[in-house]
Ligand binder design. Structure first.
Ligand code: TMP
Length: 235
């Protein structure tokens, strides 16, 4: 499958049309941004690592009954995916207090939550992806009741499966962000799942193995991503 024309460029990925109107190619870049792209940089080989990790995770989730946009990985940086209409919600799932939740509620990072917290953020960089609730989602027609029910159900299922999976690799799944899309009338999981979109802590040392190393200028960003890849691929 060949790239025909670039149709979108995001902060970490580009999208290209193909000769099949239902399929697009998602290219993973090494570019990294944080704080609504006020901080910019690159992480060497990040695109290659995130492409491989997303492939592995989407395959796992599909086996567990969560439909995804993933079709196949084409090469180091390119992934063939179903062309969806993205629902403009950044769905955040949290198991442990960190980042935005620590800030919002004045809490210490590391508090283990009694149950997972689902947060909807309206996907609009200009507004800094504001936190909204289900009433906003429904009243503004961002998603229907039925779509939201499906999005919640899949998000909790992704959390259960990925918590188990990462745990088996010695990694704590602290929190993560998902995006969903509409494809032929169905809600499916889209975007990527990678250390860009998850907080991953080493189970024994609690060392951060994710994009917080870039956000917080902690160094060894590429090494951390490589370490996640090594553990996930059992290499
Ligand atoms: P937060 O604590 O900053 O709200 O982030 C929650 C999770 O979502 C964390 O795993 C990082 C991820 N995330 C993204 O994937 N994209 C974003 O733009 C932000 C702010 C967070």
């Amino acid at each position: 499958m060949e790239k025909i024309k670039q149709i979108y460029e995001g902060k970490a990925k580009k999208l290209f049309s193909t000769d099949n109107p239902d399929l697009v190619i998602q290219e993973f870049k090494d570019d990294a941004t944080a704080f609504d792209a006020t901080k910019r940089g690159t992480v060497l080989n990040k695109g290659i690592i995130n492409n491989k990790l997303s492939e592995k995770i989407f395959e796992l989730l599909a086996k567990k009954g969560v439909p995804t946009h993933f079709v196949k990985r084409l090469n180091d940086r390119d992934m063939l995916v179903k062309k969806v209409e993205i629902v403009p919600i950044e769905m955040t799932v949290r198991n442990i207090v960190a980042g935005g939740m620590a800030k919002l509620l004045g809490l210490e990072e590391g508090i283990v939550l009694k149950e997972p917290v689902l947060e909807y953020h309206y996907k609009e960089d200009k507004l800094h992806d504001p936190l909204i609730n289900e009433y906003h989602v429904k009243a503004l027609g961002i998603a229907t009741d039925k779509e939201l029910e499906t999005i919640d159900k899949y998000s909790l299922k992704v959390n259960e499966e990925l918590k188990k999976f990462f745990d088996s690799k010695g990694i704590i799944l602290v929190d993560f962000k998902l995006e969903f899309g509409r494809f032929k009338g169905q809600i499916i999981l889209a975007d990527e799942i990678s250390p860009d979109t998850c907080r991953l802590w080493d189970k024994t040392t609690k060392e951060k193995l994710d994009k917080d190393r870039f956000r917080r200028d902690m160094g060894n960003v590429e090494e951390a991503y490589q370490e996640v890849l090594r553990r996930i691929m059992d290499i």
